[in-house]
Write a protein that binds this ligand. Structure first.
Ligand code: SF4
Length: 335
């Protein structure tokens, strides 16, 4: 049994709520609420959920681009949440991030070779070695070494994301947090970038946390999947178990919107439309946070918050009344 490369335990990240002209803090919202998971070597963990569920805040909290409020994130024997500035420089060489918007994340005034070389400069890599490594990295992501002389605006969205990937590889990390890495790209370009990510994962023995709202992309890329709702992981498990036998009603409703390739199963697919809006994370419902929209909620759901526990099909689910394999939400709610 291999050791996790990243261990996240009871992670909580609160964000300030600001109001007024002076943007005074008027409260706090728990964007990430008691999240725990392991990331294994060479594994891709997909993190999915609706917009505002906390998945991007989770990704940023792992790297302390947003400071977590409590909990633990361990990278090997290093505790990230309490690491000092100097240790964080070392941590960031092993744990990197690729952002959704490749244009906003690349400094427009700096040529691409310096963007990619910057992390190496911080880590004391010599100029000559950095230049050589930048040329190699540009080739590796499908660009040319001479592209290093150009500026970000001279590239297409797909090329800019390749530059972001090259920069993330500059220090040969073990883990990359991919925050919606293809959602800003045309569908035709998405497949190319996803293939590149798969190739470099094998070549550099990387582990990925793949944050996305597109469930088809996550199915294609991930070994395991975590489903988030209002800051919490409500279901986590092996990809095929999650997609074939979702046990949490929320996962079931999310997946019911995804077309399936098998024409027979596609014909029988029943779309579940959830009623109501996602409640405000600033004021989450008591008990199960999903109870205000859950078609099978019962009295207990309104008072008792369910813990993650392992169910028949193998995944961990936070639900008092998880679906059994083969059971559908439509069957239960129409009883
Ligand atoms: Fe629905 Fe209750 Fe399960 Fe929450 S605990 S998902 S409200 S059945």
């Amino acid at each position: 049994m291999s050791t996790p490369v990243l261990e996240v335990r009871n992670l909580v990240t609160e964000l300030p709520i600001r109001a007024g002209v002076l943007r005074r803090e008027v409260g706090r919202v728990q964007a990430v609420s008691d999240v725990s998971f392991d990331l294994m070597p060479n594994e891709t963990l997909g993190v999915v959920g609706e917009s505002g569920c906390g998945k991007t805040t989770l990704g940023r909290s792992l790297l302390r681009l947003i400071e977590p409020t409590s909990g633990s994130v361990r990278l090997g024997d290093v505790e990230i949440t309490t690491a000092d500035r100097k240790s964080m420089i070392g941590i960031r060489s092993r744990l990197q991030m690729v952002f959704q918007d490749p244009y906003a994340s690349l400094n427009p005034r700096i040529p691409v070779r310096d963007i990619i070389a910057e992390p190496m400069r911080i880590h004391g890599v010599s100029k000559d070695e950095a230049a050589e490594r930048v040329a190699d990295l540009l080739r590796r992501v499908g660009l040319l070494p001479e592209h290093g002389n150009r500026y970000p605006h001279e590239f297409s969205g797909g090329q800019r994301q390749r530059i972001g990937i090259a920069r993330s590889l500059a220090l040969r990390p073990r883990i990359i947090i991919l925050d919606e890495p293809v959602s800003a790209l045309d569908v035709s370009i998405q497949a190319q970038v996803l293939n590149l990510l798969a190739e470099i994962q094998d070549e550099f023995q990387l582990s990925y946390v793949f944050i996305a709202h597109d469930l088809s992309v996550v199915r294609h890329t991930s070994d395991r999947v975590a489903v988030m709702y209002l800051g919490k992981i409500v279901e986590i498990g092996i990809r095929d178990e999650i997609y074939d036998t979702p046990a949490h009603p929320y996962t079931h409703s999310l997946l019911s919107a995804v077309p399936v390739a098998d024409p027979r199963r596609e014909r029988s697919r029943q779309r579940i439309i959830l009623q109501g809006d996602v409640p405000s994370p600033a004021n989450p419902p008591a008990g199960c946070r999903f109870h205000t929209r859950c078609p099978i909620a019962q009295d207990r759901c309104r008072t008792d918050a369910p813990e993650l526990r392992t169910v028949v099909s193998g995944q961990q689910v936070a639900c008092h009344f998880p679906l059994e394999p083969g059971q559908t939400l439509v069957d239960i709610s129409s009883r």
